[in-house]
Design a protein around this ligand. Structure first.
Ligand SMILES: *[C@@H]1O[C@H](CO)[C@@H](O)[C@H](O)[C@H]1NC(C)=O
Ligand SMILES: *[C@@H]1O[C@H](CO)[C@@H](O)[C@H](O)[C@H]1NC(C)=O
Ligand SMILES: *[C@@H]1O[C@H](CO)[C@@H](O)[C@H](O)[C@H]1NC(C)=O
Ligand SMILES: *[C@@H]1O[C@H](CO)[C@@H](O)[C@H](O)[C@H]1NC(C)=O
Ligand SMILES: *[C@@H]1O[C@H](CO)[C@@H](O)[C@H](O)[C@H]1NC(C)=O
Ligand SMILES: *[C@@H]1O[C@H](CO)[C@@H](O)[C@H](O)[C@H]1NC(C)=O
Ligand SMILES: *[C@@H]1O[C@H](CO)[C@@H](O)[C@H](O)[C@H]1NC(C)=O
Ligand SMILES: *[C@@H]1O[C@H](CO)[C@@H](O)[C@H](O)[C@H]1NC(C)=O
Ligand SMILES: *[C@@H]1O[C@H](CO)[C@@H](O)[C@H](O)[C@H]1NC(C)=O
Ligand SMILES: *[C@@H]1O[C@H](CO)[C@@H](O)[C@H](O)[C@H]1NC(C)=O
Length: 493
């Protein structure tokens, strides 16, 4: 009996109106009667309806949309049509459940939904559009939105702002990189959102950090299971990344007053074996902010400090016992006013550093031995910059610096080191240290000899004199038989 009835419906021809038509079916045609009510089982909605559609399409030429009468479901297959010229608009207004699958254009024009005044459930899936045109029109009853398995790339904050009844939005399995915090005009206390299976770009924290927050209006139900997909934070949990970023912004801009003018960034998250947890690696940028001293404290996990173009004169703060700088392995101090780095001799920090940039300071000399010591002991040191300083090229000091440069490639700019100092021989100023030899510096100077050298010369002269005297005495003895005076008057002989 039932079957006969169904057969009848299927055979009834549909009405064509203005090129736009809708064919009506009874839900029982689709042999899963609980299909639309069982939320857990909607996974293959597009597949199921698509199969059904294709099957019927073999028998008739179906319009793009077909209606399941008893439940007021409209299924649209392929590109959504504009119902502008559809004459039976009241029919659209009765639709409660709109399902759109395989909408394969690059955009989806949301204004097409304006005819569905009573729609409660909207399902869009298996489509290839990557953005919406416009925002949702005002739909008083729209409660559930499900846009999954499409290629949505980003979402603006006001798309959902005109939906007073909205309760749940499922946006899983799209290609979302960013999503602005949605604004809702909903009377509901909280709108529930699902975002799993997207390609979050955690480098755009400004736009997406709301996901990790506890907003009274939006609850991202699956926020703890989201992972980042951008190059910097790939496979890192979004929740952890955003939590660290939010905490860092607070520490950097509010808690630590010294560095308020600096900017802080998370460079990446590293996995820590002991705690089985991700820890941030932080870099602090205080470039060109007029600092005369190092900040007293830096955020925990700071690894790099950019402190170039300030007015620092000494490195003492780096070498205090258990200073905040102990784990800051990369420090950029180019273009400051540092004259003296003798504190690096016997400095714990200097034994663990990775990068130290001292380019463009006022250094005349460095404790070469301390540098050799650090390079030999440390397995981390990778870069040291020393160019554009006031290097003294004296016969005594310059050869040591030269040796250091020749031996260690850690000094990245060693081929740019110049002699540059008022105390240098003017001929040497402007010459590259790596192109000088010891004899260049030592010859250029008037011989300045130290005490040992002077004594040696005196002794050599005396020895020569004694030998000459000996020869003379021998010659005289042979010639005249006279013994030297000293022999005659010394009782020993
Ligand atoms: C989902 O629907 C299929 C039939 O399409 C059914 O076999 C299965 O039991 C359903 N699953 C649940 C969880 O209801
Ligand atoms: C949205 O649809 C997908 C299938 O396309 C389904 O898995 C999911 O459960 C639906 N979400 C909600 C909130 O009903
Ligand atoms: C729809 O109606 C407008 C005028 O209201 C007309 O210009 C347009 O060609 C019609 N479109 C179709 C597809 O019939
Ligand atoms: C739309 O694209 C999907 C894949 O994104 C494809 O499986 C489907 O056949 C396409 N449908 C139409 C009607 O072009
Ligand atoms: C993520 O955002 C950053 C910063 O805007 C951008 O440079 C990068 O290309 C983005 N990555 C992806 C995969 O979109
Ligand atoms: C997210 O990342 C974590 C840690 O990198 C990994 O264990 C987990 O499997 C990832 N989850 C997904 C869904 O990719
Ligand atoms: C930050 O910069 C402002 C303006 O450049 C300056 O007045 C202020 O003293 C600076 N604060 C600190 C802590 O250096
Ligand atoms: C540090 O910040 C300055 C602007 O204050 C910027 O010009 C510079 O590129 C930043 N340095 C790094 C390494 O990010
Ligand atoms: C501080 O450093 C800036 C830039 O390096 C420089 O222009 C300025 O003259 C310095 N100020 C003092 C007081 O040394
Ligand atoms: C030095 O370390 C000790 C323990 O490791 C700590 O109690 C103390 O506060 C630290 N001092 C400074 C100045 O950070």
């Amino acid at each position: 009996m039932d079957r006969l009835f169904l057969l009848l419906i299927v055979v009834i021809p549909y009405v064509v109106c203005d090129n736009i038509n809708i064919k009506t079916y009874y839900e029982t045609d689709l042999d899963t009667s609980n299909f639309f009510h069982d939320h857990k089982n909607l996974t293959y909605l597009c597949d199921k309806l698509g199969e059904f559609y294709e099957e019927k399409n073999d028998q008739f030429t179906l319009p793009k949309c077909i209606r399941f009468k008893s439940t007021q479901i409209l299924y649209c297959h392929g590109e959504m049509i504009n119902f502008r010229n559809y004459t039976n608009k009241p029919k659209l207004e009765r639709i409660e459940h709109l399902v759109i699958c395989y909408h394969n254009t690059s955009t989806f024009d949301l204004s097409l939904l304006k005819y569905f005044k009573k729609v409660r459930n909207l399902h869009i899936g298996y489509s290839s559009f990557n953005r919406f045109l416009g925002k949702f029109p005002r739909l008083e009853q729209l409660t559930f939105i499900n846009i999954t398995r499409s290629e949505l790339f980003s979402l603006k904050s006001d798309v959902f702002s005109d939906l007073p009844a909205i309760e749940k939005i499922d946006l899983r399995y799209n290609q979302l990189h960013i999503i602005e915090k949605p604004s809702f005009d909903s009377a509901r206390e909280q709108v529930k959102v699902k975002l799993f299976g997207n390609l979050w770009n955690c480098s755009q924290a400004k736009v997406i950090k709301w996901i990790a927050g506890n907003d009274p209006k939006v609850d991202v139900e699956d926020k703890k299971s989201l992972n980042c997909s951008d190059a910097k934070f790939r496979a890192r949990p979004l929740f952890t990344v955003m939590s660290y970023k939010i905490a860092l912004a607070k520490v950097c801009k509010e808690d630590l007053k010294d560095i308020r003018n600096c900017s802080c960034h998370i460079s990446y998250l590293r996995y820590e074996e002991e705690s089985h947890d991700f820890k941030p690696v932080i870099s602090v940028n205080c470039s060109h902010k007029g600092f005369f001293n190092f900040p007293g404290r830096l955020p925990e996990y700071t690894n790099s400090l950019y402190f170039d173009r300030n007015n620092i004169t000494s490195l003492d703060a780096l070498c205090f016992k258990n200073s905040t700088y102990n784990d800051v392995h990369d420090i950029y101090l180019d273009y400051n006013q540092i004259r003296d780095v003798s504190v690096l001799d016997n400095c714990q920090w200097f034994e663990n550093f990775r990068v130290l940039n001292l380019k463009g300071n006022l250094l005349e000399r460095i404790p070469v031995f301390a540098f050799i010591n650090s390079f030999e002991k440390s397995h981390h040191a990778t870069k040291l910059y020393l160019s554009e300083n006031n290097w003294i090229c004296s016969c005594r000091y310059m050869p040591r610096l030269l040796k250091l440069c020749q031996k260690y490639d850690i000094i990245i700019d060693k081929r740019k080191l110049l002699c540059h100092n008022d105390r240098n021989d003017p001929e040497l100023n402007g010459r590259l240290i790596m192109e000088l030899t010891k004899s260049d510096v030592c010859k250029a100077h008037n011989l300045i000899l130290n005490t040992y050298e002077i004594m040696s010369i005196i002794f050599s002269i005396l020895i020569v004199l004694i030998l000459v005297n000996l020869l003379f005495d021998y010659y005289r003895y042979k010639k005249s038989g006279k013994l030297p005076w000293i022999v005659l008057h010394t009782p020993l002989f």
